[in-house]
Design a protein around this ligand. Structure first.
Ligand code: RB5
Length: 142
């Protein structure tokens, strides 16, 4: 399942991404926020991360203004590997090398079309394991 989360600065992009998935008949779980009213990104990082960790197959797409606050907040959870990706190459490497389970996007610096390209790569790229698994083990990933 795809879990969507954002703060007010990510709200517009999150809505555009949700509309894209709806159009493709792909179900998403949207944990909010649901408007452009100011909120605190850690609350949505936590709510989204909890939903992601309900199932190993879940992935998150979380958005704040820069993507930085959401990344910092998500990565406090030892089972979340959240990667801020500003282009498709970063999305590919976040999956291949880091086995990222949350894609973080910037609502202020990434437009809808680039976001969709980044998402498609993130969702279709596998973890390469091998030396990368050994490195993840060193940061506590079983
Ligand atoms: C909200 O103004 C902004 O600080 C937030 O969306 C995010 O960019 C934090 O890192």
């Amino acid at each position: 399942m795809i879990i969507l989360a954002c703060d007010h600065a990510g709200f517009l992009l999150k809505e555009q991404i949700k509309a894209f998935f709806n159009n493709e008949n792909i179900t998403t779980i949207d944990v909010g926020t649901y408007s452009s009213e100011p909120v605190d990104y850690p609350d949505y990082a936590k709510a989204g991360s909890e939903r992601v960790l309900e199932n190993k197959l879940n992935v998150g797409i979380f958005i704040c203004g820069t993507g930085i606050g959401m990344s910092i907040a998500c990565n406090r959870n030892p089972n979340i590997r959240a990667a801020l990706c500003n282009n498709v190459e970063m999305a590919s490497l976040a999956r291949k090398h880091n086995d990222a389970n949350v894609l973080i996007l910037s609502g202020r610096y990434i437009n809808r079309n680039n976001a969709i390209k980044i998402i498609k790569v993130f969702l279709t790229t596998d973890f390469e394991k091998g030396r990368h698994a050994q490195r993840l083990k060193k940061i506590g990933v079983i």
